[in-house]
Design a protein around this ligand. Sequence first.
Ligand code: SF4
Ligand code: SF4
Length: 376
Amino acid sequence: MDLKKFARYGKFFFSKAPFYTIFYITARCNARCAHCFYFEEIEDAHNRDELSLDEIEKIARNWGEMLILNLAGGEPYLRNDLPEIVKVFKENTGLEICAIPSNGILTDRTLTTVERLLKENPDLFFRFTFSIDGMGEQHDEIRSVPGNFKKVTETVRRVRDLRKHFSNFTLHTNSCFMSQNQDNFMDLVNFVHEDLQVDAINVTYIRGDVKLPASQEALQKEKYAEVINHISHLDHHRFSKHPLSAFILGATLLAREKVLENLSTGLRNFECYAIKKMIVLEDTGAVKVCEMMDQYLGNLRDFDYDINKVVTSKLAETEYKKIQNHECNCTWECAIRTGVIYNPKEYGSILKHALTSGKGPKNGAAPKREQVAELV
Ligand code: SF4
Ligand code: SF4
């Protein structure tokens, strides 16, 4: 890694504006997932006053430096100006990594946008993630979209083919662990690993007040333990194109173990840097403490589009103190991962996870029961 870059990463420890932004660029969505915790906003999407590109440019100009931007939703590819949104952040914040999670339903539209993003931003690193929660009809049912599985797998395969032409991206899937799929989650993981051959398989444990609460019933954490152990033993050799990727991978694996421990004890086992290092921004300009709490810090439209004014406000300071005092807890993987990345006390564990990942059975076979037992 060149020294200039290294110095820049160091700077993020001290920056006022959050370095990691999760920006729901639209609440419009073409799916209706059982595990969605944003479903009320999605139902109301057409009444929401989305930020315009001009407003987003003002936000980007005032931001300061940003390392990672996660353009989420709703379904982000429904915004026609997605490439322009990326451009204004890249030009104004020195953005390095842009992540775009998607349900993968709009294959052609997604491919056109992805190709454009890769062509226009050779110096920006992309992480394209597509959600797959079950095999075939199970996925379609969870998402309430007939034919969704066929569409998302086609999208993944076509984005994967772009590896021949572009090297500035990684391709991920994300699967939500929930009641409906916990019994056959391993089949899904093995399918994604062997057939779709993505760069990384993400798993999120269902969280929040979801659309179909039955999705959270009778969850077995032993099964979740089995899954995360299995994934950590799969081959991660393709997850290595960004200088920080080994570090982020180690932090991701550690975060999953912390989710499991948190589920077992009910106690927060990580430092959380929501507000200071990581922030959630909604399509209307509203700034949220995090994805898990309903607490808002204000709307950027009322703060001259300046995030620095929002995160240094009295309200933000009060909320941050509560977070530091561990008055809240959750299993949100992104918050845990950011928490360990910013906590030097965790670096030994991150390193251990980075060094031992992908050392397991290459054939995607299920891990041994004893390995699983260690994690529960
Ligand atoms: S989980 Fe994502 S894809 Fe599903 S309804 Fe919610 S926003 Fe849309
Ligand atoms: S610990 Fe969880 S609930 Fe609390 S602020 Fe962090 S992300 Fe939000």
